[in-house]
Write a protein that binds this ligand. Sequence first.
Ligand SMILES: [Zn+2]
Length: 298
Amino acid sequence: MNQEVKSGKILSPAKPWTERHVPGIQVPDEQAALKATFTEPTVECPECHALVTRTAMTFNAYVCPQCDEHLRMKARDRLNWFFDQVQNELGQEFVAKDPLKFIDSKAYPDRMSEAQKKTGETEALVVMQGVLKDIPVIACAFEFDFMGGSMGTVVGDRFVQAAERAIKEKQPLICFAASGGARMQEGMLSLMQMARTSAAIQKMKDAGLPYLVVLTHPVYGGVTASLAMLGDVHIAEPKAMIGFAGKRVIEQTVREKLEEPFQRAEYLLDHGVVDQIVHRHALRDTVYRIIAKLMNLS
Ligand SMILES: [Zn+2]
């Protein structure tokens, strides 16, 4: 009695009468309804855990509208946001090699292709040439998601090429730094990039052209020890962590507990490492004003 019988054939277990299909009445396909519903991707703020739509975050330059936390921006997003007009991208011809045939838990080329797939970038530094308001500038940004924004030979090549182009075309250079330091998979070759980039910056200074550094969260190691600390002006984003060795390593060395603002941008501003902390919404205007002043354009 529990089964529905039609033309002598058992079809399926009987449904309660409330769920049975009534002829002439169309029941919406639940699966189709689910597919048709558009859900916009959201971004979770790591500080206040607010869920904000990606569109809202993009329009707000990845600053949380609820708690003002500055979320990390991808290098390409950062440069596209920074420029009013992008003319071209530089340094795409440089490709990483594996001179040491380095293998840790994975081979270096495998790590590289994994990072390329994850970020859509070919290396950890993106360089673009364009216009900021009415000043032609060159800007580069580190992609932290690409092997921790580590500096290998290609990052060095791209940075040096950017500085050389800036000198040739008499343009200022801006660097958005975010890095864990030198790339250990390239050993000594990555450490040499510290000297190379420092020499390129010195050439910019000799040519009388401004080099500005914007320190974004986080900047550590060999990048702090070279190109990120050699700017004419050092701007930091609020709460960015900036240092050479990490907090834990220093604590173990000096055997002292280091309290929270240590290595934060605010702490470094008090101690003279950083010149200015600027909210991301005011960053473009601030950089523009400084460049205009340094190049006697205003
Ligand atoms: Zn938030």
